[in-house]
Design a binder for this molecule. Structure first.
Ligand SMILES: *[C@@H]1O[C@H](CO)[C@@H](O)[C@H](O)[C@H]1NC(C)=O
Ligand SMILES: *[C@@H]1O[C@H](CO)[C@@H](O)[C@H](O)[C@H]1NC(C)=O
Ligand SMILES: *[C@@H]1O[C@H](CO)[C@@H](O)[C@H](O)[C@H]1NC(C)=O
Length: 436
């Protein structure tokens, strides 16, 4: 594709409308219980890890005290298996009284007191995937009202035990019901994942109008195979998915499993880099009480987060798929910046990949490069300069790229220790669009 076409396509996606609740103008970040803690309800034998208010208070404390909140990880989200098996006498959902003795409203207050936001899980259907009471069409309003009264800030609405007709009616009805509560509640729809994730069954224009984010594809599991299958599906279908994303409306490739059991350090960097390039929501599902320092450093990488949170909200794309097993991803950022990810699918040894910025569609000029995981600036590159990146097996090299002239004013921030996710303050850079 000629590069002007790519730019126009990308620019157009950012201009589309979004769900009118004003939320999630950049991809939401936080912590979500499911992948790591599933439906463990055995609080007698596993009190620290079961789905209970103890778990969510512990994680809220960690988010607030260990530097996560300041980086943007502000949502703490409950998933399935939180509720009682029965609705109450008024037909309202209620938390399991043994595992959430204080109730969800008190938990919401606890979370809010720490500067965080509380998310909850529901399912448009007769049951949740775990067999708890579902939100059938006639229960949509009462459940939205209940969540709002509790002080909930985000709802993930799953789709088990519902059919296509009910989904087509139910997902937009929940948008209306949430809006009618008057409380801004971020809305994550699992709808496309239940319809194969692709048109004609899935209408991404409609999804962007009614949901802040949506799960397109199957659940992530704690393995590299799972991460890779998700990356493959999202890149194979990027022509459909990439234009669907923008401020307030995001494709969700599912949780970050960095800090769990399935990924090496290199694979963890790959997940972080690729999720950042894809403008994906960053919901960690791990144990923040025991996470190791290597995983923490990757998840707290300020430049990777800044790339993910870029205010233009343009999802990146795979530009190149080499026979050698190297893929190159690119994402345009505000103020003329961009991000590149060199990703290796190889399983032998670090691969020395040779290319130039010109070969990657960059315009004539000089560019300064910051290596995101080495956390240091690289020598200035001319567009025509051939360079070699050494990419580890199943690993990445991730770069933040700025045109040299614009860099001058922003570079000081990079050579100092970054102090926050917006450290490469964009107003420091010359305010002109990046012309490829
Ligand atoms: C409800 O929708 C209206 C218009 O569509 C919007 O202005 C308002 O902010 C929304 N309110 C909430 C709480 O989402
Ligand atoms: C979907 O479920 C409803 C019951 O809620 C039923 O009336 C309808 O026939 C079902 N539609 C399909 C296409 O299976
Ligand atoms: C998709 O949804 C949008 C917004 O509701 C609508 O205008 C459009 O006609 C739909 N497209 C198809 C192919 O149904």
């Amino acid at each position: 594709m000629p590069r002007t076409t790519i730019v126009l396509l990308l620019a157009f996606s950012a201009a589309t409308l979004a769900l009118d609740n004003g939320l999630m103008r950049t991809p939401p970040m936080g912590w979500l219980a499911w992948e790591r803690f599933r439906c463990d309800i055995d609080c007698e034998n596993d009190p620290k890890n079961c789905i209970s208010e103890v778990l969510f208070k512990d994680m809220a404390d960690r988010l607030a005290e260990d530097g996560w909140r300041e980086l943007g990880y502000v949502y703490i989200n409950i998933d399935d298996c939180w509720s009682s098996k029965e609705r109450d006498a008024h037909g309202r959902l209620q938390a399991d009284p043994k595992r959430f003795p204080s109730g969800i409203d008190k938990l919401a207050r606890y979370v809010h007191d720490r500067g965080l936001k509380l998310g909850i899980y529901g399912d448009l259907g007769t049951y949740t995937c775990g067999g708890y009471p579902g939100t059938t069409l006639d229960k949509i309003e009462i459940d939205a009202q209940t969540f709002a009264e509790w002080g909930i800030d985000m709802l993930k609405l799953d789709g088990c035990y519902s059919n296509a007709t009910e989904q087509e009616q139910g997902y937009p009805l929940m948008t209306k019901a949430l809006n009618a509560t008057g409380r801004p509640i971020g809305y994550s729809c699992s709808w496309p994942a239940y319809q194969g994730g692709l048109p004609p069954k899935v209408n991404y224009t409609l999804l962007g109008d009614i949901c802040n984010l949506w799960r397109n594809y199957g659940d992530i599991q704690d393995s590299w195979d799972s991460v890779l299958s998700i990356v493959d599906w999202f890149t194979d279908h990027q022509d459909i998915l990439q234009p669907a994303a923008g401020p307030g409306r995001w494709n969700d490739p599912d949780m970050l499993i960095i800090g769990d059991y399935g990924l090496s350090i290199d694979q963890s960097r790959s997940q972080m880099a690729l999720w950042a390039i894809m403008a994906a929501p960053l919901f960690m599902s791990n144990d923040l009480r025991t996470i190791n320092s290597g995983a923490r450093a990757i998840l707290q990488n300020k430049v990777a987060i800044a790339i993910n949170q870029d205010p233009l909200g343009i999802q990146g794309r795979r530009l190149v798929k080499e026979k050698s097993g190297i893929d190159v991803f690119w994402r345009p950022l505000s103020k003329g910046a961009s991000a590149l990810v060199f990703f290796s699918r190889r399983s032998d040894m670090p691969f020395r990949y040779k290319t130039s910025l010109k070969a990657l569609n960059y315009a004539a000029g000089s560019y300064e490069v910051y290596d995101v995981f080495l956390e240091k600036p690289m020598p200035v590159l001319k567009d025509t300069t051939e360079f070699v990146v050494s990419v580890n097996p199943s690993g990445v090299v991730m770069w933040l790229v700025l045109p040299s002239t614009r860099w001058q004013q922003g570079a000081a921030h990079l050579s100092k220790k970054p102090t926050g996710p917006k450290f490469y303050q964009r107003q420091q850079l010359v305010d002109s669009p990046f012309v490829l």
